[in-house]
Design a protein around this ligand. Sequence first.
Ligand SMILES: NC(=O)c1ccc[n+]([C@@H]2O[C@H](COP(=O)([O-])OP(=O)(O)OC[C@H]3O[C@@H](n4cnc5c(N)ncnc54)[C@H](OP(=O)(O)O)[C@@H]3O)[C@@H](O)[C@H]2O)c1
Length: 334
Amino acid sequence: MKAIQLTAPSLDAFRRAELPDPAPAAGQVLVRMRAATLNYLDVAIATGNFPAPAFPLVPVADGAGEIAALGEGVSGWAVGERVIPHFMPNWQGGGITPHNVAAMRGLSLPGSLAEYVAVPASSLAALPAHLDYVHGAALPIAATTAWNAVRAAQLRPGSVVLLLGTGGVSIFALQFAKASGATVILASSSEAKLERAGQLGADHLINYRATPAWDEAVLKLTGGRGADLVVETAGAATLARSLNAAAMGGTVFTVGFVAGTAASIDLLPIIVKALRVVGNNTGSVADLAEAARAVAAHKIVPAIDRVYDIGETAAAYAELAAGGRHFGKLAIAH
Ligand SMILES: NC(=O)c1ccc[n+]([C@@H]2O[C@H](COP(=O)([O-])OP(=O)(O)OC[C@H]3O[C@@H](n4cnc5c(N)ncnc54)[C@H](OP(=O)(O)O)[C@@H]3O)[C@@H](O)[C@H]2O)c1
């Protein structure tokens, strides 16, 4: 089969390869992959900022395709069904454990830039009927994470959500938050992106370059109350302001590190406001399946900024690595 391999932790180290067709073992299905989408994690692996056990590897955690064959003992799935393989196949449901996060597609397991991949049937979610492969491929990491954020904060009509930036996680969080009846405040570096976020339903828009004290702007917009949920997708550079922008008893859902990992923070806002600072490591197959059901129920269409051909893999990675140019997700079709 045809595949792309990443031969070293470098954005210049992609090569086309001819690899043996995988065969589905007992309990596995063979998926003909049709599309992939990039996450910051993929770039971190390709730049040596997230250690990979070995090179070469077939990159990209997230993808979607159709079932081409069933391994022995697989029931509940049929050849031809459109599916999304989760990127951490060990994690079926329940809480995080070392075993659950030990294996990741596009890292220790073959990723989505190959014609075929054999994955456990138990790691599949059904691709929502209203989505094509490219849009379905956006779900595993970004939608699961955004879904876990809105669930952690138990959003309801009238809740206030603060989102940072317009990357994949933030835009899914915007779509889920609006589906929950929440009011969304979104901060971005770009007026054009703010306009697109407004078209997707964001209620209040803040340019964090023009308004560096965006936390104070959030407090002002909410009459001093703050946000019930802050989805912290940026990291060290924004955490202190996120804590300041949070409402009493609010949830600061801490997932991102595009703006650094090492932060020195004042504990007082956490203590005085009894904040819930919740870490998250994507989520389980069950979380993905729930997110996909919510996407199907609300006919949510993931924001895909651009679709690259598989031969343009290096360009797609370079675009994500450049940071701040895309809106939502970058996809690779094959
Ligand atoms: N722990 C988990 O469960 C989990 C799961 C998924 C992703 N993540 C992490 O979460 C982060 C976001 O993921 P993603 O896929 O959404 O990334 P992405 O698509 O690359 O988007 C990142 C966005 O962050 C915004 N940003 C950058 N610096 C900022 C700052 N100082 N203040 C506010 N916004 C800023 C930019 O938005 P604008 O261009 O609009 O300014 C940028 O587009 C990444 O670090 C990723 O690794 C973690």
